[in-house]
Design a protein around this ligand. Structure first.
Ligand SMILES: *[C@@H]1O[C@H](CO)[C@@H](O)[C@H](O)[C@H]1NC(C)=O
Ligand SMILES: *[C@@H]1O[C@H](CO)[C@@H](O)[C@H](O)[C@H]1NC(C)=O
Ligand SMILES: *[C@@H]1O[C@H](CO)[C@@H](O)[C@H](O)[C@H]1NC(C)=O
Ligand SMILES: *[C@@H]1O[C@H](CO)[C@@H](O)[C@H](O)[C@H]1NC(C)=O
Length: 754
């Protein structure tokens, strides 16, 4: 059946490509302009006004006129953004030869084609242990002095209690300079308040991409997708009593940091988020003075993350960091394969997705059931249809079944999703089974020769100890880090499966045009949903610990994360049903109460990150893309290696069995003034880990102590049959436990020999 569905999908796609090709074909090949981001060297950029403005785009138009030779001035390039905070430079529509000429100039650091990035509750806050009585929530009062910037598909505040203002909501901090933009579809004076303090939109890159002017009514911060409202309400939505999605997940919906303010920056439109728009959103958010940024998309459009100097989110996040803004980003939904994790810069918090103790099970009982193998209405009318596996568009399959007159659908999870079946909204009674169960059902259908029957019982919302929780979602993207394997990614995991949060009325909960239902809330899954939980926790930590730098906040989250499930076993991976590894769950599941008091932190400054870029072998020009303050980085004076970055996790990559890898770290005391910490290593199998010195004495607050960790493979290395092995290092003073995962990558030859 699904084959039929997929076919119609393919037809649709083909039709779209033909339209795109027809548009492009109107202009001769050499003249075609497309959108580029041009990074300009310090000293060549026009003096930056505080706000991106007409003045600045005008200055860059003049820059282009000066820099391009006469024969390249036509067709006239058009500048659509000027950047001064999130980057130094501009975005413009250029021909390929104009772009190539600019890239060759000493005044230009890089010219990057404007890429696209895909957009990747009631219960989760309680699950995180956020109690109104003790811990981070009361300590931070929900972060009333913090503004969270959400770069996403906009915000739908009409008639949405999640974005309504509660009488206890304080005004935003006086230094916040943002605001809401009014448009025909967005009445800022009606929708914005002390909860929703910003709503802006960035569309010029998208417009360049689609090759036609956008409709005036489309140009608005209004969320017509649902994704942006969902993520924003997870981060900081107001409390809503009696929230549910068709009675599922019924309860009180509340954001993770309920006191914090939301500033929505819409850079994602119907089809994707365009990088020049994302960069413009960063630019505006930095100028507005947000404190935390939530990024539930990104990492380029390819299967692996782009290099840091070619990654808009990495570049803009580095600049944001300089303004003290901490960026929390989704790891991506490309799991369960290796090297799928996105947003992997060490200065970003990369969040994976895991389950909670809540499920929406349905039970399929086979009797003498029926399923048809061809999706013609005559054959499926009144029947339950078994569909083949599909990773994300199950709702479209069930829609096809409904359109053909089917009574219900049994959908199938992808084979590599293992035991995971993601809950999806459907337009008719439908449920998803694992690939394994699918095979069983199919066999039954074949054997019954047309007399098969089935019943689907929907069990509603259940809370149970089995299967254990949390469990890593199969789709949650995994390490190793493709460009810096010594930096363990993802960093942490948070709830991202079956999350109830606010939704738009501009689109149905299934996203299907034929679905006419409109709902206040929707239940969806993804690392996109895990990320804003961490964003909210970061907002509260920022409120309580205003002097901590972003790296210290990230360290606190990582070293206090937990790694065991409700049964006391290592958190399981739904893709395999076995224990997950730090390449899947990072340092573990976030624990807000623990993060408030980590004892010690692995802090890092901008200079540490520059040393890291040097260690990666970046050129001075590539590094200038990050710094761009006129300073010239001389990497030849840097002696540290990639693994020396003061990261709260350890990853040692062996090239040969005789390697002896040493990584250096510095711990800063943020706990008891006078304390003595002792190292306790759980050795990865086959590896000797030595910590020197094994004891650290701290004599006062904020004092710092250095140590080194050395990794050596034991002679018994031949017995190791995996590519990786894992352990941990815990520093403990009897009160605080500062835990870091250790990941070892074995030399290739060693593994191959097994
Ligand atoms: C916008 O909202 C305000 C406040 O609710 C209202 O007074 C005004 O008439 C609205 N404007 C439009 C154009 O609907
Ligand atoms: C930058 O990334 C894009 C894909 O996101 C890729 O096509 C391009 O080749 C990369 N450029 C460089 C210089 O790495
Ligand atoms: C769902 O309900 C059915 C019928 O009451 C029951 O047999 C089944 O065990 C339930 N399943 C779950 C997972 O709760
Ligand atoms: C070190 O950690 C192990 C494993 O968690 C534990 O059993 C042991 O008691 C710890 N040792 C010390 C000295 O704390």
């Amino acid at each position: 059946m699904a084959r039929q569905v997929r076919l119609s999908c393919c037809l649709l796609l083909a039709a779209m490509f033909i339209v795109a090709a027809a548009v492009a074909a109107e202009t001769p090949e050499a003249e075609v302009k497309s959108s580029y981001i041009v990074h300009v060297a310090h000293g060549h950029a026009p003096r930056a006004p505080r706000r991106p403005s007409l003045l600045a785009t005008g200055a860059y138009t003049a820059f282009l006129r000066d820099q391009l030779p006469e024969h390249l001035l036509h067709p006239e390039p058009s500048v659509h953004y000027a950047y001064a905070h999130a980057a130094t430079g501009f975005a413009a529509r250029l021909t390929r030869s104009q772009a190539a000429h600019l890239a060759s100039l000493p005044s230009v650091l890089a010219v990057i084609p404007d890429g696209e990035k895909p957009l990747h509750t009631t219960r989760s806050q309680k699950f995180l242990g956020l109690s109104s009585l003790i811990g981070l929530l009361p300590a931070s009062e929900g972060a009333p002095d913090v503004v969270i910037g959400v770069i996403d598909s906009g915000i739908y505040p009409k008639d949405r209690a999640s974005f309504a203002v509660d009488p206890s909501q304080r005004p935003p901090p006086s230094l916040f300079r943002g605001g809401c933009v009014s448009t025909a579809t967005f009445n800022a004076s009606a929708y914005c308040n002390n909860k929703l303090v910003g709503a802006k939109f960035f569309y010029k890159g998208y417009e360049a991409k689609i090759g036609r002017p956008m409709d005036e009514t489309e140009k608005s911060p209004l969320d017509t997708n649902g994704h942006g409202s969902h993520t924003a309400s997870i981060a900081a939505g107001s409390a809503v009593a009696g929230a549910s999605f068709f009675d599922y997940a019924k309860g009180r919906a509340i954001g993770t940091a309920p006191g914090a303010h939301i500033a929505a920056y819409k850079a994602c439109w119907t089809l994707s988020c365009t990088e020049s728009d994302v960069l413009a959103a960063f630019e505006e958010a930095i100028a507005d003075g947000v404190h935390v940024l939530s990024i539930s998309f990104g990492g380029g459009d390819g299967p692996v993350a782009p290099e840091f100097h070619n990654d808009t989110v990495a570049l803009a996040s580095f600049r944001a960091l300089r303004h003290g803004i901490i960026v929390s980003a989704a790891a991506g939904n490309g799991g369960p394969g290796e090297y799928t994790v996105k947003n992997i810069a060490p200065w970003v918090i990369t969040v994976g997705a895991s389950t909670m103790n809540r499920q929406f099970p349905a039970t399929v009982t086979l009797g003498n059931g029926m399923s048809s193998s061809v999706l013609r209405s005559m054959q499926v009318a009144g029947k339950i249809v078994l569909c083949d596996s599909s990773k994300w568009r199950e709702d479209a399959q069930s829609e096809a079944v409904r359109a053909a007159g089917g009574a219900g659908a049994i959908l199938t999870s992808a084979i590599d999703f293992g035991e995971q079946t993601v809950s999806t909204a459907h337009i008719l009674p439908a449920t998803t089974v694992t690939f394994k169960d699918h095979v069983q059902i199919r066999m039954y259908i074949v054997k019954s020769k047309g007399s098969a029957t089935a019943t689907i019982v929907f069990n509603g919302t259940t809370f149970s100890k089995t299967p254990s929780w949390p469990r890593m979602a199969s789709f949650s993207a995994r390490g190793p880090n493709v460009h810096a394997p010594e930096i363990l990614k993802p960093d942490v995991t948070a709830p991202g499966v079956d999350i109830l949060a606010a939704w738009t009325s501009e689109r149905s909960p299934t996203g299907l045009d034929t679905d006419t239902r409109r709902t206040q809330f929707n239940i969806i899954s993804g690392t996109s949903m895990a990320c804003p939980h961490v964003t909210g926790i970061v907002a509260m930590l920022r409120q309580v610990r205003p002097i901590w730098k972003p790296a210290a906040i990230k360290s606190a989250l990582m070293t206090t994360a937990y790694n065991v499930d409700i049964n006391g076993d290592t958190i399981k991976d739904m893709a395999t049903g076995q224990a997950s590894t730090p390449l899947v769950r990072g340092a573990g599941h976030v624990d807000p109460a623990g993060a408030l008091d980590p004892g010690l932190v692995y802090d890092a400054t901008e200079h540490d990150y520059i040393s890291f870029l040097c260690a990666l072998g970046y050129t001075a020009k590539q590094i200038a893309l990050f710094t761009n303050d006129g300073s010239v980085t001389d990497c030849s004076t840097q002696t540290s290696s990639v693994g020396d970055l003061n990261y709260p996790a350890f990853s040692a990559v062996f090239r040969s069995a005789n390697d002896r890898i040493t990584q250096r770290r510095v711990l800063t005391n943020v706990g008891t003034l006078v304390s003595t910490y002792t190292a306790n290593v759980t050795n990865p199998p086959g590896v000797r880990v030595t910590v020197n010195p094994p004891t650290l004495h701290f004599m006062r607050g904020r004092s710092r102590r250095k140590f080194e960790v050395t990794f050596e493979l034991l002679e018994s290395a031949e017995t190791v049959t995996t590519k990786y092995s894992f352990g941990s290092l815990v520093w403990s003073d009897g009160t605080f436990k500062v835990t870091s995962p250790i990941a070892i990558t074995w030399p290739t030859r060693q593994v191959a020999a097994m």
